[in-house]
Design a binder for this molecule. Structure first.
Ligand SMILES: [Zn+2]
Length: 328
């Protein structure tokens, strides 16, 4: 299952919550997935259409728990869309009226007569609990997000401009500033920052998904750190090889010029070990001694040896003048 589907699955399993929140969810779900169908003689029915079976079950439970409505559920198989399935929930005539009343789409006068107010829903969202429920349902109906493994991207898309405004305002109220762009006639409300997306998941109540996302974030950071460490090791290794190479060249010149035996025994030993092991670090070179030498002991000997070699080379540069003076 994709990360996005996992988030939705978790959200669909959350407890239905308070009466006010259930209505907030039903409102947001109507706006993203609902429609009205007219059947003549003033009959109007509400329909919810969703792709996700878990979401269909949640809508079913919300309608039952909040309004005592049992919708009829059936599936439509799309031959053209690779057999993709749409879950359709049909609410009966009388139940539709009650639902539309609850969603403030119609009004009932004192004498019991019904007046249609609007074909879109309106829902006051003064409570924080309801804002969270509304956001959760809007994401369930119209949202998707990338796997944090690949990209940090969270979006909800709709053709309903007032919903765009509402969602933008709602997220901004929670310190989550959103961006929008238009794609194939739909306005996409999206978030990009890892922290912002994590905060949004938490706001919707997807606690497990927050942990899953944090896990991925930490793994990604650790991977980055490990890569840097490897690069750093490679850099050090190269430096070590360059140093070893300079030592080998120096020792070879010394051997030709003066012979190893002109060195004190401790330095003879380290010079010979370096010549025999041109690609070992000083620490590794120390391990070849009996008993083993510490890195600092090897370092000390190598520095003394290189001092002697440098001195020899400095004398060699001056040698021609010496030779001239010696000429008769
Ligand atoms: Zn509420």
């Amino acid at each position: 299952m994709s990360f996005s589907l996992n988030v939705k699955d978790e959200l669909c399993r959350l407890p239905l919550g308070k009466n006010c929140c259930m209505l907030s969810e039903l409102t947001a779900l109507y706006r993203t997935s609902g429609s009205l169908s007219f059947h003549g003689m003033g009959r109007v029915q509400v329909q919810y259409r969703v792709e996700n079976a878990a979401l269909a079950r949640r809508i079913f439970r919300l309608l039952r728990a909040r309004l005592g409505i049992t919708p009829r559920l059936h599936y439509v198989q799309h031959a053209r869309l690779g057999g993709q399935r749409t879950c359709v929930l049909n609410v009966g005539d009388e139940d539709s009226q009650r639902l539309m009343l609850a969603l403030h789409m119609i009004e009932q006068d004192e004498d019991g007569s019904i007046r249609y107010r609007r074909t879109t829903v309106r829902h006051p969202m003064t409570r924080q609990c309801c804002r969270r429920a509304y956001l959760r349902a809007a994401f369930l109906g119209a949202g998707t997000m990338s796997s944090p493994d690949k990209d940090y991207h969270f979006e909800m898309s709709t053709t309903d401009q007032s919903l765009v405004k509402e969602l933008s305002r709602l997220l901004e109220k929670c310190d989550l500033p959103v961006n929008t762009y238009v794609r194939k006639g739909q306005t996409v409300v999206y978030l990009k920052g890892a922290q912002q997306i994590s905060d949004t998941l938490a706001l919707m109540g997807a606690a497990n998904s927050v942990f899953a996302m944090e896990d991925i974030r930490i793994r990604k950071q650790a991977r980055g750190a490990a890569n840097r460490a490897i690069n750093c090791d490679e850099h050090n290794f190269e430096r070590m090889l360059n140093a070893a190479d300079a030592q080998v060249q120096g020792i070879r010149r010394f051997v030709i010029e003066k012979g190893l035996r002109s060195l004190p025994p401790a330095l003879q030993e380290i010079a010979q070990k370096r010549l025999d092991n041109t690609d070992l670090s000083l620490t590794e070179l120390g391990q070849l001694f009996e008993p083993p030498l510490s890195k600092s002991a090897v370092n000390h000997r190598m520095r003394r040896l290189m001092d002697i070699i440098r001195k020899m080379e400095a004398e060699a540069v001056q040698a021609p003048t010496d030779v001239q003076e010696d000429l008769p």
